[in-house]
Design a protein around this ligand. Structure first.
Ligand SMILES: [Zn+2]
Ligand SMILES: [Zn+2]
Length: 297
């Protein structure tokens, strides 16, 4: 968790940014002001950064992007970088580099996100990333990271020595091996054990309370949802397209997620305790997105 404050920065709360580490590859989710300092502080190697996702073009979610790209460029990066964000972000980058006569030394691939429909953005061998349309007054999407199902594990010690490579492949896919007459020779259930459960993480910031996201976040392991306000400002939250801690917890409860992480705290609240207490009344398995902490899925 690199930053979990909202628009007004304070010395101990930074603007939004998260780093997702998946098998050593880094996915940066939003890039508020000073994100690159937060990355240095966490000793996150820039070369591992492969993908950047920007939810929307309010400054507290992307004003750290230009300096980060500039540093990657000066650092001699040559590997491609994949950037996903709202349309218009490419114009900002192009203009910034054009007026300073700058030149990119690495390929920067930009894909604009359709803000209206859930869209598959990335399909990697072990993982997919999908957009989640949010309700924030301007084009804004969250991101759903979902591991693909793991293949079953082969129990080699149970198999006879003469079993063919073809049969092993079939078992590894989770299918039974049949003999010439169509009878089961090796049943997958006898020679394999299920692989680990596939994990999932959803990032939803910024947004008004929005039940239309429920079908996408149903049953996921970890949900990050913004909770800019508390109950005392529920009216204000709706007016400015944000959510309260209680509403975030209600969504988590309705979607049956494993754990809820709340953040994007307004600087008008000097402590976090009230956010946690309010959310936990509705959904006990809630944690605060404290900056600098890691949250394993
Ligand atoms: Zn924000
Ligand atoms: Zn915003």
């Amino acid at each position: 968790m690199l930053g979990s404050g909202s628009a007004t920065p304070t010395l101990d709360r930074h603007q939004t940014a998260q780093l997702l580490n998946y098998n050593g590859d880094y996915f940066l989710i939003d890039c508020g002001e000073a994100t690159q300092y937060r990355l240095i502080e966490q000793r996150a190697r820039p070369s591992r950064l492969k993908y950047i996702f920007i939810s929307h073009l309010h400054g507290d979610h992307y004003f750290g992007l230009m300096p980060l790209l500039s540093s990657l460029n000066m650092g001699g990066r040559t590997e491609p970088l994949y950037l996903f964000g709202p349309r218009g972000l490419d114009e900002v980058i192009t203009t910034t580099f054009r007026v300073s006569n700058g030149k990119f030394f690495f390929p920067l691939h930009f894909q604009s996100i359709n803000p209206d429909v859930p869209t598959l953005l990335l399909d990697l061998p072990g993982l997919t990333v999908e957009s989640i349309p949010l309700d924030h007054g301007i084009e804004c999407t969250g991101f759903l990271f979902r591991e693909k199902p793991y293949k079953p594990r082969l129990l080699r010690e149970r198999l006879p020595a003469e079993v063919s490579i073809e049969a092993l492949k079939t078992l590894k896919e989770g299918h039974d091996v049949l003999n010439d007459t169509g009878q089961v020779q090796y049943a997958a259930a006898d020679y394999t054990t299920p692989g680990p459960a596939a994990r999932s993480y959803a990032y939803c910031s910024d947004t008004r309370y929005n039940e239309r996201i429920l079908h996408q976040i149903q049953g996921i392991d970890l949900l990050y949802h913004e909770a800019t306000f508390r109950d005392d400002n529920a009216g204000r939250a709706s007016e400015v397209h944000h959510t309260t801690a209680r509403q975030a917890a209600a969504l988590a409860q309705k979607a049956g997620v494993g754990r809820l992480l709340i953040g994007h705290f307004s600087s008008r609240y000097k402590t976090y305790d009230g956010f946690l207490a309010e959310a936990q009344e509705v959904f006990a398995n809630t944690e605060l997105a404290i900056e600098g902490q890691q949250f394993p899925v």
